[in-house]
Design a protein around this ligand. Structure first.
Ligand code: ZN
Length: 223
């Protein structure tokens, strides 16, 4: 059965598509590092280095087998405190489900999301935290005396720290999110608020297609 909170089993470009275009300057190049949803379908996370800044696109939960999900507890493969801004492509949990962990690990920047994604984010993260707390509670009930206590990945209390950082941006509006870095969202037609992320920096443009919807679906506009 499809998890309505995640992209699983939906047609999409899973690892996104990073396209660099513009002047071919050798001095400064926009760099993209794929930290998640590479060789698997969940845990979307991509780090862009541009104009001397670090922008993370998505911070998704890894889902699937218990072994795969245990990796959500692992440290990020980059310094969370050194990320200047987070951009979210849409509110599915495999794209936003580790945002509270990013804050717990030191991220203190703004979180940019399309307006509907910004509205959905508290619902999705609170739901995820409730599930995490419930899983830890169940594990602790089954725990043997010599086993360590299970901890939730994050709690509803941790999730509350996310909300003041969210900056909503409507589709089609281009805004400067960091000095020398501009962002715009285009409708991806995947779920409400889903966006193709466009970034401009150093005279280049990066297009992150993310999860694209199908044409002709009710309610959603075609991508
Ligand atoms: Zn999705």
């Amino acid at each position: 059965m499809t998890d309505p909170r995640a992209c699983a089993n939906l047609p999409e470009v899973v690892a996104g598509c990073a396209t660099l275009c513009g002047n071919d300057s050798q001095e400064q190049r926009m760099r993209v590092h794929f930290h998640g949803a590479a060789g698997e379908v969940t845990g979307s996370m991509h780090l862009v280095e541009a104009a001397g800044r670090r922008i993370l696109i998505d911070c998704g939960l890894i889902q699937g087998s218990p072994d795969a999900e245990a990796r959500n507890f692992a440290a990020f493969s980059f310094d969370a405190a050194a990320i200047d801004a987070l951009v979210l492509s849409h509110a599915h949990i495999d794209h936003v489900g580790r945002v509270p962990r990013l804050l717990m690990d030191g991220f203190r920047g703004p979180i940019h999301a399309q307006r509907a994604t910004a509205d959905l984010l508290p619902i999705m993260l609170m739901d995820s935290a409730s599930l995490q707390e419930g899983e830890a509670e169940r594990a602790n009930r089954r725990r043997r005396p010599n086993q360590p206590r299970a901890m939730p990945l994050y709690t509803r209390e941790d999730v509350r720290d996310v909300f003041p950082r969210v900056r909503a941006l409507p589709y089609g509006e281009r805004g400067e999110i960091l000095p020398g870095v501009e962002l715009a969202f285009r409708d991806a037609g995947h779920i409400l608020g889903s966006a193709i992320v466009e970034l401009w920096a150093e005279g280049r443009k990066l297009v992150f297609s993310g999860a694209l919807g199908m044409k002709g679906t009710p309610i959603l506009r075609d991508p």
